[in-house]
Design a protein around this ligand. Structure first.
Ligand SMILES: [Fe+2]
Length: 542
């Protein structure tokens, strides 16, 4: 009944009927009779391409792991032998992909193996939710298909919730516009051997390709294939294929599990709920949002709970890292109100003060407040996208300017968040932010007009991987902005990522910057470090 191929795998085409229609019942009966059941949720209810032969190496988009729990994580890959070709060069059939979980990097001791179907409905992506592993330790994984095998990636389980844990070490990064530079930062990220990595969004940019001399900023790399702005699922898939073909990005994915979130450019610049940048009718924008979310899901190591439902996706979620940290990954795009005063930056926008303005939406806001009230973690981390603290960004000392896309455009929502931090007596709140392609560090003040008011937490804003080009250290404008915002203690305009090390006693935040991104091979250095003492609100330079 079962045949084995050269790799000892079962050939499921034996269970296709003569007409090519799968006999699912018969197949499952066969599996049950033999005591073998495929793991990874693979239910063979569609035509399967057994013994696939690929035109080229099928794992050109790499591998990834993510969303760790105390007993597992997601492992991910996507079959694309010709990444930029239609459908990634794949036939429109489901393909069985096998995976192995190893206790050591040499993969001599395999602790789990199984298989999953790469389905055409999901662009031949594979998401396996691995469980039954030990907490707080490294594991290794790889995939095989059609006689081809991936590199071995490193994943890591989280500690058991509330178990005593002394230390964590993780990275924060995002904003990786292809044309703006090389992904050298990711190579350095891989060398850090982080416990996990938080990606705050802008994994891709949806814009039309830019050629050299089409803008003042240098174009370091031109996107292949002459792509226009992206709208359809096929367009979004192709954009991910361009980005994910990058070997440095693939290394960073293979180095540690990621907690991913999206910001605006996974769909459309500065979208807010169903309001698009160009204000197309919401029911039409919903179609584009659905395409963007599906492509994001397909390319990220996410759990089944994040499979999109039309234009909706569940992306906010909570992680407990022992008793050391509660990490709330937030979604500040899908449920937010429209940017007031027509978006942009304004000195005074009365609509920014409207009580109904929201960044999280009612449901997520209540979920966050409930989680903070229940938390017994030493550190309470809000992993999100846009700057929470007040930020007068006008370099003219006589003027003020607040960005309506940030929490400055939803002042009442920020006040509700701060009220929650106070009423929940949230211990050691740390906000992790991205979005603006610059490094910033500051304190969340009960009253931003009074530097002596209570400090409710700190905010570390991580710069971009590439977006904005080479950049520079402290600019003159940046110095003025620092003086105008006494709660902000650091500004830098280079590219890179953040490295955070936390223990029961303290938190250290390192701003890792690259000397350039418009050419490859840049060196990395620590531009500044800040420490937060547990139980003592506020930060100080190290
Ligand atoms: Fe960005």
């Amino acid at each position: 009944m079962f045949r084995r191929n050269a790799f000892g795998r079962f050939l499921v085409d034996d269970y296709l009927t003569e007409a090519g229609t799968p006999s699912r019942r018969r197949f499952l009966q066969g599996l049950a009779a033999s005591g073998l059941l495929l793991t990874g949720g693979a239910v063979l209810d569609q035509r399967v391409w057994a013994n696939p032969v690929f035109a080229a190496y099928p794992f050109g988009l790499g591998i990834a792991s993510g969303d760790p729990s105390a007993d597992g994580f997601v492992i991910w890959t996507k079959l694309a032998p010709l990444p930029l070709a239609r459908n990634g060069g794949m036939a429109m059939k489901a393909v069985e992909v096998t995976y192995e979980i190893g206790a050591e990097a040499n993969m001599r001791q395999i602790v789990q193996r199984g298989s999953a179907l790469a389905r055409p409905e999901l662009g031949h992506a594979v998401h396996v939710e691995v469980s039954g592993l030990e907490p707080n330790r490294d594991y290794f994984y790889r995939f095989t298909c059609g006689g081809e095998r991936t590199i071995t990636g490193r994943a890591r389980t989280f500690p058991v919730a509330n178990a005593p844990i002394e230390r964590a070490h993780f990275g924060v990064l995002g904003c990786q516009r292809y044309e703006d530079g090389y992904f050298t930062a990711f190579r350095h990220v891989a060398d850090e051997h982080f416990d996990f990595i938080y990606h705050y969004g802008d994994y891709i940019y949806e814009y039309r390709m830019v050629r050299p001399n089409e803008r003042p900023l240098p174009v370091a790399r031109v996107m292949p294939g002459d792509p226009d702005e992206i709208y359809s699922l096929g367009d979004y898939r192709q954009r991910y294929a361009i980005y994910k073909s990058d070997p440095d990005l693939q290394l960073a994915h293979a180095s540690a599990p990621w907690l991913v979130s999206f910001d605006d450019h996974e769909v459309d610049n500065n979208f807010a709920g169903l309001v698009s940048e160009q204000n197309v009718p919401p029911e039409i924008f919903a179609l584009r949002r659905a395409a963007g979310f599906q492509a994001w899901y397909e390319h990220m190591p996410l759990r089944r709970a994040s499979i999109p439902n039309g234009p909706s996706i569940h992306a906010y979620r909570r992680f407990l890292y022992g008793d050391l940290a509660q990490i709330d990954v937030l979604d500040t795009r899908q449920f937010r109100s429209d940017q007031p005063c027509g978006d942009g930056a304004h000195a005074a926008c009365a609509d920014a003060l409207k009580p109904e303005n929201t960044m999280l939406g009612e449901k997520q806001e209540a979920w966050l407040a409930d989680g903070l009230r229940r938390s017994s973690a030493r550190w309470n981390v809000l992993a999100q996208q846009v700057m929470v603290m007040r930020h007068d960004r006008d370099p003219d000392p006589k003027k003020t300017s607040y960005s309506m896309d940030k929490w400055d455009g939803a002042v009442a929502a920020r006040q509700r968040l701060f009220d929650t931090l106070e009423s929940a007596r949230t211990a050691n709140a740390v906000v992790l932010t991205g979005d603006i392609h610059q490094n910033w560090a500051g304190e969340l003040k009960a009253n931003f007009d009074d530097p002596k008011s209570r400090t409710l937490g700190v905010e570390f804003v991580a710069t971009s991987i590439t977006s904005g080009g080479d950049g520079a250290d402290v600019t003159k404008a940046g110095q003025v902005v620092l003086q105008k915002n006494p709660h902000i203690g650091f500004f830098n305009n280079q590219r890179g990522y953040m490295r955070h090390t936390l223990s029961q006693g303290g938190w250290q935040a390192d701003y890792r910057v690259l000397d350039r991104v418009t050419t490859a091979g840049a060196a990395v250095s620590t531009r500044a470090s800040f420490v937060v003492e547990a139980g003592k609100p506020g930060m100080s330079p190290k």
